[in-house]
Ligand binder design. Structure first.
Ligand code: NAP
Length: 294
């Protein structure tokens, strides 16, 4: 499909964006389905975010993704928000709709759907179970919302190093925590919560390349059979956390499935087509192989 005068733009707004896999995923999908769109990553400084969002309207782009550090700041700039974006307080996907001559921006948070997609086969095991999330940042907020509203956990422990951030998170999700499952602990006091959790999620960047020898949870006694350990980090595909958890008998999930899941949920809103999952994964694998070889 040539890039011509009918080609529409989809943008990624973030800083940094140079290492994002999203252009690779979406452009492979557009090419495969003959969609007249092209996905480009734009590095946008914090002070330029409002101008960039005004630019989305002025240029009539099809949509955008939003990444660190803008996911929260962009939410009040939207005309409408999905229930997920509203609850999480962050937008990672913008859909631009032309209505009565004006462009309206709809903000969604597809990290919620992306995070949940690989957990679906384990739903019976997770319903009403004790769970722990490491980290209290943007991804942790999407994870906490997804877990509370989908599995009604018996206990959901957030492990945070900043108590003020942790209590803001608890406050933000109190309305979705009818059972009083949510609590926060410091890292030093989290061993019992992790050991007794049926699901452990790493929502910190610890273990991500180039620091792939690190792990957020070096206490191996915390892992065991019957436990599911889910690392949102996807570079490398199998992190030290996942290797060590698997060696102790835990079931493991890497961040690549979430990455593909959130991309799929955005893609279908921009194009109104089903996402070509296998094509996106093949493009990612080819890219990872060339990165590993470099
Ligand atoms: P973020 O908003 O910066 O939050 C990171 C969280 O990790 C914060 O709570 C931070 O603590 C904590 N943290 C950072 N370094 C730590 C350390 N050394 N020890 C303990 N805690 C530490 O980032 P994010 O957007 O939530 O992303 C977190 C990770 O998830 C990243 O690796 C990102 O790539 C990954 N992610 C993956 C997907 C996917 O599709 N697979 C989607 C979204 C995010 P403070 O609050 O004290 O700073």
């Amino acid at each position: 499909m040539p890039i011509d005068a009918k080609t529409r733009l989809v943008l990624l707004l973030g800083d940094p964006v140079a290492h994002s896999r999203s252009p690779l995923i979406h452009n492979a999908a557009f090419r495969h389905q003959g969609v007249r769109m092209v996905y480009v990553a734009a590095r946008v400084a914090r002070e330029d975010l409002a101008a960039a969002v005004a630019g989305l309207r002025a240029l009539g782009v099809a949509g955008a993704n939003v990444t660190i550090p803008h996911k929260r700041a962009v939410a009040p700039m939207m005309d409408t928000l999905s229930p997920e974006a509203e609850a999480v307080g962050a937008v990672n996907t913008i859909v631009c709709r032309r209505e009565a001559g004006a462009v309206r921006l709809h903000g969604d948070n597809t990290d919620v759907a992306g995070f949940l997609a690989p957990l679906r086969p384990y739903a019976d095991r997770l319903r009403g179970a004790p769970m722990t999330v490491l980290g209290a940042g943007g991804a942790a907020r999407a994870v906490v919302y997804a877990l509370l509203t989908t599995f009604a956990p018996a206990r959901l422990t957030v492990v945070a190093r900043d108590p003020a951030k942790a209590s803001r998170l608890l406050e933000a999700f109190a309305a979705h925590d009818a059972g009083g499952a949510l609590r926060a602990v410091a890292w030093a006091g989290a061993k019992e919560a992790v050991r007794t959790s049926r699901l452990l999620v790493n929502a910190t960047p610890v273990g991500m390349r180039p620091d792939a020898t690190r792990t957020p949870w070096p206490h191996l006694a915390g892992f065991g059979p019957g436990q599911l350990v889910y690392d949102l980090v996807y570079t490398p595909e199998t992190t030290r956390l996942l290797r060590e958890a698997a060696a102790r008998g835990a079931t493991t999930l890497g961040g690549l499935d979430m990455l593909v899941g959130q991309a799929a949920a955005a893609y279908t809103q921009w194009t109104r087509r089903p996402f070509p999952d296998a094509v996106a994964r093949a493009a990612l694998r080819a890219d990872t192989a060339s990165e590993d070889a470099a």
